[in-house]
Design a binder for this molecule. Structure first.
Ligand code: PLP
Length: 338
């Protein structure tokens, strides 16, 4: 049978328990929406709230879908570049300067795709102080990488660190990354009931809601033993260390150690102007990605796709042996540049 549009009672309960157990947040059933992935949660929220000409603050480097979803909703992404010198994080001063009369949302993602940057509770609180000064600004927090956070860092989410803005906050999460359940397509959002209701209206006229089978699987993931989540995080941390060290040994690459998620975003700007064995100069990150694919068979994503030109993204959600092989190939390719 069709499950309820906004999610089954069992899954909403499991999500409510997750928020209370892991984040110290309390949400009632009408403050939770289950969707076909976190991506649909974001889409529903923007569709439900944005008018043409509205703005959404997106920090770069950003997950490529953010800006495109905002544009599909006829609104404008206001991209704030957060450089390597700021740890790819937004500062309160830059946020304050960027807020205009049409700014509806601040979209945050911590730990982030693609930079692996994560806000400390203090840094996030400082940003939320700025949000608190701006009554019409809402916060959307994409917490999908919550459980992939390294070196004992504490996870922080806006609704928890700044209860004064919780009434203007949508917390987005899902089972894709925490439980490696990307194909099951279950994400969820929690926030004020009127917003959730509006998002459910959008969902009701698009997918009618998530598959009941996947929802049952998500209940099992959220309510079952959680040891695997920490075990997997430790494995990702080892892989991060292997990849960061190997890439920093490649002539011309500089790789910052990410704090979370499973991506590195190294700079390849040191290779620009160098020549490939067939005499082509590497001009930009796209050129480097093309060269690397042809020379070594390793696929990376050029940083320009994430608003981070001069960089590239490499996912280390692969077996350690595959990563070691890929890094050796990248080293060989970089050494072949004149
Ligand atoms: N948010 C971020 C930052 C992501 O990187 C991804 C997937 O790569 C998603 C959301 C999508 O999550 P879901 O699979 O739940 O739609």
């Amino acid at each position: 049978k069709y499950p309820p549009t906004g999610g089954t009672a069992a899954l909403k309960q499991a999500i409510g328990e997750k928020f209370s157990r892991e984040n110290g947040l309390d949400f009632a059933a009408d403050e939770i929406l289950v969707s076909t992935g976190a991506k649909q949660v974001l889409f529903n929220a923007f569709m439900a709230t944005l008018d043409p000409g509205d703005e959404v603050i997106v920090t770069a480097p950003y997950w490529t879908s953010y800006t495109d979803i905002v544009k599909v909703c006829d609104a404008q992404p206001k991209v704030l570049e957060c450089g390597e010198e700021d740890g790819f994080l937004l500062t309160p001063e830059r946020l304050r300067a960027a807020i205009g009369p049409r700014t509806r949302w601040l979209l945050l993602n911590s730990p982030s795709n693609p930079a692996g940057a994560a806000y400390s509770p203090e840094a996030l609180r400082a940003l939320m102080d700025v949000v608190a000064e701006t009554p019409n600004l809402w916060v959307m927090s994409d917490d999908i990488y919550e459980h992939i956070l390294y070196d004992g860092a504490a996870f922080a989410t806006p609704a928890k660190v700044a209860p004064q803005i919780a009434e203007r906050c949508l917390t987005v999460n899902g089972v894709s990354k925490a439980y490696s359940m990307t194909g099951w397509r279950i994400g969820y959002g929690a926030g004020p009931a009127p917003l959730i209701k509006a998002m459910q209206v959008v969902q009701g006229q698009s997918t009618s809601g998530a598959s009941s089978i996947s929802q049952a699987a998500a209940v099992a993931a959220l309510s079952g033993p959680q040891d695997l989540v920490t075990e997997r995080c430790a494995v990702f941390q080892q892989r991060r260390d292997i990849v960061v060290e190997a890439l920093n040994n490649c002539p011309g690459l500089v790789c910052r150690k990410p704090q979370g998620a499973f991506y590195v975003l190294p700079s390849c700007a040191g290779l620009f102007g160098r020549k490939t064995p067939d005499g082509q100069a590497i001009q930009d990150d796209m050129g480097f990605a093309r060269f690397l694919l042809a020379a070594s068979g390793v696929a990376i994503v050029p940083g320009a796709a994430f608003g981070a030109p001069g960089h590239f993204r490499l996912s280390y959600a692969y077996a350690t042996e595959e990563l070691e092989d890929a890094c050796r190939r990248i080293q060989g390719a970089c050494q072949a540049l004149a």
